[in-house]
Design a protein around this ligand. Structure first.
Ligand code: NAI
Length: 719
């Protein structure tokens, strides 16, 4: 709703009230319509100020209303009524003016912002465009190039940038409402014609066609199949080339297409899923709202290789003091230089002083005696990690949380080697750890709720999408990746090329196909794991039997490349070739193609034509099937957890919502039918065997994804 007060005798003050962000719900819109009407019809009122309660102007539309039938006054005529008012209306922007909130402010005649306020049109991130006139007014106000940048990226700008761009008229460090009231008094009676943004054409822009072509090309490239950024460009083009009324019509048409697209649903699902994973729960019944995190002041990182360096930076940037321990002197010196560089660059980007003195370096594990939390990032070797955990248990003060960044080792086994297993959790970061958004917080059966709550809160402070998951081989992300990669290998054996597989996956929307990704992260990583699992054998044997190992189909292709020293980008050769070691531009490699031909001949395999659909079905459905196993095992609490992991850590296209959401969109019955089809063709591939949970969900009528939780509980209780 909106509250009305008369202040300074002649200013109508309208305050939006809808905690937490004063979203434009039906009640708020009705409140605005009523109070504006009241102010305009009161002869004592000379001007109007609109503000929001609790230091926030307005966070935009009420997303919860999207799925339902809209009631209450629509936004567009409401904003029009404000713009065409014959008394000046001033927006007093504190906190944030986002989406519909900024569109409301653009309908006002003046905008005053607090210096700490942030403004933006983030609709594109929800698969939409600013469709309450935002796509038409913003370019008229600040010009086409700047508006395109804001609307197609959805980025938020500071008050200072908003002033520079011309979005706001004044920035204040003091009370924004007082400043706006004072301002409103000073402009009372002035002509409003020049202040009505919709009445103006966009500022002149030379070479408009060339500009739009260039932006469209850029957007298409970075959107990876997302349609909203493209619609945003089209809407701004309408603002630049059509009269306002026609532009609004175009905005409406484009929005209607987006609104009903599966992509908007997927992006909105991601928005809610990211919030849902913060409300974690463990099978023991421990939950986010009943488990109190421990306060943290000082942390330590053990092992300053690739991961330890990034983790140190991420910790220091949250304001913690960090003791960074590395046994190798040369590594320590290099790490110190690298960490300082990362901290300096990060501080420069954020316009703050680098936290260099927050990090203390040591070669001695004794230096961590008084820390509250340790993150271990030494080599992936269970004996070494066990030794380090035992040392830590002896050195650290009682109650220190011991976290491991292991990517595959058993967190529970490590915990059992310490006197206090309840203090042990996994904190699985992704490289580079100070950049990548994802953190898997891995709990074992004995991890205390407090340890999980502390790791989850720390992840949140680092700005990570933190997801609590159970302990199993590969946790959630890497466990699902295994069948995905294996299917890609099998497709090569059957006739595909790395180029074909990657193209299918990149057209689907992945940032990188599986082979380009494997070249980037290094083929040797998986080779080492497969060796550890006893899967790697001498390459001389041929025939079908050598491709069945430990009772299931196995492709030694990755091992053979490693034997050739082809580790990917770092050696300049992998599934592709590169100009030099470390170079990033992948080029097709004729050697690889003849190698695949020779391999097929040696093993009596006949290449067949494989299309994109088969690539997608086999790689993606195998990955999704593992996701169902994970849900059935209780390793992830719900499909949202899996989807957040894949969208924020594995390059799954956000506009497709994550693997489990995608399965729901495709239809569970179809996923099941295709898995059964491929399983019949490849009976020696267990990961194509449909999970029993998938079968049970289909048998119970394929409930929609938001009901899976209930269905899983019910299905379990029937066992
Ligand atoms: P790395 O080989 O780059 O670094 C390990 C560092 O630990 C080396 O500098 C080594 O000198 C140091 N170290 C060994 N023993 C030590 C001890 N007793 N005390 C102090 N320092 C010691 O390894 P990386 O890649 O950073 O991996 C570390 C851990 O993170 C592993 O468990 C790995 O599985 C995991 N991980 C790695 C990811 C990656 O992309 N590289 C991703 C996620 C997890």
């Amino acid at each position: 709703m909106a509250e009305y007060n008369l202040v300074s005798e002649c200013v109508g003050l309208i305050t939006l009230r809808n905690p937490p962000v004063n979203a434009l719900s039906a009640a708020v819109r009705q409140g605005i319509v009523d109070t504006v009407q009241r102010a305009l019809s009161d002869p004592n009122v000379k001007s109007v100020v609109i503000c929001g309660q609790n230091g926030i102007f307005c966070g935009g539309a009420d997303i919860k209303e999207f799925g339902s039938n809209m009631t209450g006054p629509p936004l567009i005529p409401m904003i029009h009524a404000i713009e065409s008012a014959n008394k000046p209306v001033v927006a007093a922007i504190e906190g944030s003016a986002l989406g519909g909130g900024l569109e409301l402010a653009l309908g006002c005649h003046y905008r005053i912002a607090h210096s700490k306020a942030r403004l933006g049109l983030p609709e594109v991130t929800l698969g939409l465009l600013p469709a309450a006139g935002g796509s038409q007014r913003l370019p008229r106000l600040i010009g086409v190039p700047a508006a395109l940048n804001l609307i197609t990226t959805g980025r938020h700008v500071t008050a200072a940038e908003a002033l520079q761009l011309g979005i706001v008229d004044q920035v204040t460090d003091h009370n924004t409402v007082d400043a706006a009231v004072k301002f409103a008094l000073s402009v009372a009676g002035r002509s409003l014609g020049p202040r009505r943004i919709s009445a103006h054409p966009c500022p002149q822009q030379p070479d408009l066609d060339a500009l739009f072509e260039e932006v469209m090309q850029k957007v298409r490239q970075s959107a990876r199949g997302a349609i909203a950024p493209i619609a945003c460009v089209q809407a701004v083009r309408a603002a630049a080339t059509l009269p306002y009324a026609q532009g609004m019509e175009r905005e409406r048409e484009l929005m209607a297409t987006l609104f009903t697209s599966g992509q908007a649903r997927a992006l909105q699902y991601c928005f809610f899923a990211e919030r849902a994973v913060g409300r974690w729960r463990m099978p023991s019944g421990a939950r986010w709202d009943t488990s109190k995190p421990r306060p943290l002041h000082k942390a330590a990182v053990i092992g300053l290789g690739i991961m330890g360096r990034g983790i140190t930076v991420a910790l220091a940037q949250t304001g913690l003091s960090v003791i960074a321990v590395e046994t190798q002197e040369k590594q320590l010196m290099e790490a110190k230089q690298a960490i300082s560089g990362m901290l300096e660059r990060g501080a420069k980007r954020r316009g703050v002083a680098p936290a260099l003195d927050r990090v203390i370096y040591s070669q001695n594990i004794q230096a961590v005696a008084d820390v509250d939390l340790v993150i271990e990032a030494v080599f992936e070797d269970i004996a070494l990690k066990t030794k380090v955990f035992q040392q830590l248990s002896a050195v650290c003060k009682p109650g220190t949380l011991l976290c491991t960044n292991t990517s595959a080792l058993d967190v529970d086994q490590l915990a059992s080697e310490t006197p206090n297993p309840e203090l042990v959790v996994g904190m699985h970061f992704f490289a580079p750890a100070h950049v990548m958004k994802l953190l898997e917080v891995v709990y074992g059966p004995r991890s205390s709720p407090q340890a999980v709550a502390t790791a989850m809160q720390l992840g949140k402070k680092m700005g990570k999408a933190s997801v609590a998951v159970g302990n199993c081989r590969g946790f959630v992300g890497n466990r699902m990746l295994k069948p995905y990669i294996e299917e890609a290998f099998f497709l090569l054996e059957e006739g595909a090329t790395p180029e074909l597989v990657d193209q299918a996956l990149e057209e689907f929307g992945f940032a990188m196909g599986v082979f380009r990704m494997s070249d980037l992260s290094g083929l040797d990583v998986g080779w080492r794991i497969r060796k550890g699992d006893g899967l790697v054998e001498p390459s001389t044997a041929s025939g079908r039997s050598t491709r069945i190992r430990q009772g299931r189909r196995y492709s030694p292709l990755g091992d053979l490349l490693c034997e050739e020293g082809r580790f990917g980008q770092k050696t300049g050769r992998g599934w592709y070739q590169y100009d030099k070691p470390g170079s990033r531009v992948a080029r097709s490699d004729p050697w690889l193609h003849s190698f695949l031909g020779a391999y097929r001949a040696q093993h009596g395999l006949v290449a067949r034509r494989i299309d994109h659909q088969e690539v997608l079905e086999r790689c993606l459905y195998a990955l999704i099937n593992e996701g169902f196993h994970i849900l059935d095992d209780g390793i992830a609490a719900g499909p949202e957890d899996i989807d957040v992991i894949y969208v924020s850590g594995y390059g799954w296209p956000r506009h497709r919502g994550g693997p489990m959401f995608y399965a729901n969109m495709v239809g569970l019955a179809k996923v099941l039918e295709r898995l059964e089809h491929y399983q019949q063709l490849h009976p020696e591939v267990p990961h194509l065997q449909p999970s029993s949970l998938l079968r049970r969900l289909v048998a119970s009528g394929s409930p929609p994804i938001h009901k899976w939780g209930e269905a899983i509980k019910k299905l379990h209780s029937q066992l």
